[in-house]
Design a protein around this ligand. Structure first.
Ligand SMILES: Cc1cc2nc3c(=O)[nH]c(=O)nc-3n(C[C@H](O)[C@H](O)[C@H](O)COP(=O)(O)OP(=O)(O)OC[C@H]3O[C@@H](n4cnc5c(N)ncnc54)[C@H](O)[C@@H]3O)c2cc1C
Length: 386
């Protein structure tokens, strides 16, 4: 089976992951194996050790921690899921600071609210304070609503979760792609040709390795893009309607999201590369092809939004994978081949707060037998491609 090996050129986001795990040789056995070192896998691993400090926890990451979406995300922290609230989900935005506090992760989490923007003419502007947003995008873009949410620094969230996992005793293996999973009483994972036996496994590989997660038939991999402007002045941010530094996203098309960084750069994101097979992610280069063209169009669109942005320069252009679940619902289920393997992901571009929140939940399922959520109970049989 083909797994993630090549390093694609997905560009560089405007933050850094400044934590590198200690290098160790692979174990022969582990109590818990976590496949994927993004927000989901790192949060789950740290929480597993928090709950079960005597059990061994190994994170197996194909490249480096944060190499998937988590190090390349926009960092807007939203409540609920991309499909809205789901039965039994609970308070995602309330859970995030709780988990960050318990794990001692400082990631510049702000929760001052998020603007929902609309292109609808005559939409009532509800933002109470500050200058209004009025951008020349497809006829006009303005604030329709302010909803709960905020932002994180993605580099600090990946680093902080990695540090917490390691401090609590989880072992993080980078450049450790899981090539194959054999199902039995003990699950066997093949990594760089070596076998690791695990009592329980969490597969948190998002848009990649869909044969391992069994999600090839249940979710669609995509690639999405973002750009960062050079820092703007406070006056320019005010003129743009971003003086309150609220993140924003459109609730209609054409889609646009963004937020102001601590440096006064503004990031904007939009555009999807549609893929037939997740392996096409490995071929994507930001400088060329469809991704390059979408990035050029996004920059042109941003420059046309407002006179302040007319000649703005961009310091960073990057993209990353995302996985769209059926009905935009995240997948959080046991693998049908064995109850010892859990699959978690497919946040449909809405995974910053959700990945950490559900990562904790996955650890609780594995360590203390918490029940899985009810939204994965399906009437029709799941067709898993394994
Ligand atoms: C450009 C962009 C902007 C976004 N903006 C937002 C936003 O503002 N707000 C929001 O809520 N969401 C946003 N998202 C979505 C959010 O970033 C993701 O939902 C979230 O980061 C997913 O985390 P994860 O840990 O599940 O997956 P990932 O971070 O993708 O982690 C999966 C990991 O698995 C590893 N892996 C894959 N295959 C294997 C294997 N065989 N063996 C071992 N390891 C493997 C990968 O290398 C990767 O590190 C955005 C996504 C992108 C790409």
């Amino acid at each position: 089976m083909s797994v993630v090996r090549r390093k694609p050129d997905w560009g560089r986001p405007p933050w850094q992951i400044d934590f590198r795990p200690r290098s160790r040789s692979l174990p022969r056995a582990t109590d818990y194996a976590i496949v994927g070192g993004g927000f989901t896998g790192l949060a789950a691993a740290a929480w597993l050790r928090h709950l079960a400090p005597k059990k061994t926890v190994s994170i197996l990451e194909a490249r480096r921690i944060g190499a998937g979406s988590s190090g390349r995300t926009g960092g807007i922290a939203l409540g609920e899921t991309a499909a809205g609230d789901l039965p039994g989900l609970g308070d995602v935005l309330g859970g995030l600071p709780e988990i960050l506090g318990a794990l001692r992760v400082d990631c510049e989490f702000e929760a001052g609210g998020v603007y929902e923007l609309t292109h609808r003419p005559g939409a009532k502007r509800r933002s109470a304070k500050g200058a209004p947003i009025f951008w020349a995008d497809a006829g006009g873009l303005r604030v329709a609503e302010e909803v709960p949410g905020g932002s994180v620094n993605p580099g600090k969230l990946v680093s902080g979760l990695g540090r917490a996992a390691q401090r609590l005793g989880a072992i993080i293996f980078e450049n450790a792609p899981v090539e194959k999973i054999e199902y039995g009483e003990l699950v066997e994972l093949v990594v760089n040709g070596r076998v690791i036996r695990a009592a329980q496994v969490l597969v948190a590989t998002n848009a990649m390795s869909l044969e391992l997660s069994g999600l090839a038939e249940r979710a669609e991999p995509k690639f999405t893009l973002a750009v960062a402007t050079r820092p703007l002045t406070t006056g320019q941010l005010e003129a743009l309607g971003l003086g309150m530094r609220r993140p924003f996203y459109t609730v209609d098309l054409p889609y646009l999201w963004g937020r102001v960084l601590a440096t006064n750069s503004v990031i904007f994101g939009s555009g999807l590369v549609h893929l037939k097979d997740w392996r096409e992610l490995e071929e994507i280069s930001m400088g060329e092809g469809e991704a390059g063209e979408l990035a050029r169009r996004l920059k042109g669109r941003v420059r046309r939004l407002h006179p302040v942005l007319g000649e703005v320069e961009f310091s960073h252009t990057w993209g990353g994978p995302m996985l769209i679940g059926e009905g935009w619902r995240p997948v959080f289920a046991r693998h049908p081949r064995t109850g010892n393997v859990l699959v978690l992901g497919a946040y449909s571009g809405h995974g910053v707060a959700l990945s950490v929140y559900l990562g904790r939940w996955a650890a609780e399922v594995m360590a203390v037998g918490r029940e899985l959520p009810r939204w994965n109970e399906r009437r029709e049989p799941i067709v898993w491609k394994v």
